[in-house]
Design a protein around this ligand. Sequence first.
Ligand code: 5GP
Ligand code: MG
Length: 181
Amino acid sequence: MLEKEIERVLFSADEIRARVRELAAEIRYRLGDGELVAVGVLTGAFVFLADLVRELGGEVRIVLVRASSYRDGTRPGEISVEIPGETDFEGGDILLVEDIVDTGQSLKALKHTLLERRPGSLTTVALLDKPDRRRVEITADVTGFTVPDEFLVGYGLDYAGLYRNLPDVCVLARCVYEDHA
Ligand code: 5GP
Ligand code: MG
């Protein structure tokens, strides 16, 4: 049963909805009412991206990118970023949309890769921020919630591919990942 694997709800769907509305207002205040390119990071940001772009309103293009860490162990902390071939960011106002900033390595690599494409501006937003785990000194320009160093699932975040469809952000029970370890 999925319910047994959840230790507690950290942010309910209602709390998230209210915060996403505030984040959208803050982003529009910073960037104005013009066209934006919302760049969502697969897969975890897909739920946040979907809610955020509907709160942003106006003209929004959507681009989905993927950030993966090299797993061969030869380049520790290195992240590869895949951007769809036809994408043109030049001169545009980019809004990078992340689920969570943990060590900060993904955000750093994503910013670096996007800036190489010469956008007009780059703003970053993360729903969640886990500062205790940071290894690279970086924060998103706009952050939804600061969270403790626990393993979170729901609202796009997974464990072993599951739980992304939970409407709340939850703390996963330790027994789940200890069982599977
Ligand atoms: P970073 O490069 O900042 O260490 O990692 C960011 C990525 O790690 C996030 O985009 C997310 O995919 C994953 N991540 C970090 N913390 C958590 C967590 O608590 N739960 C889940 N499901 N993924 C996490
Ligand atoms: Mg991510």
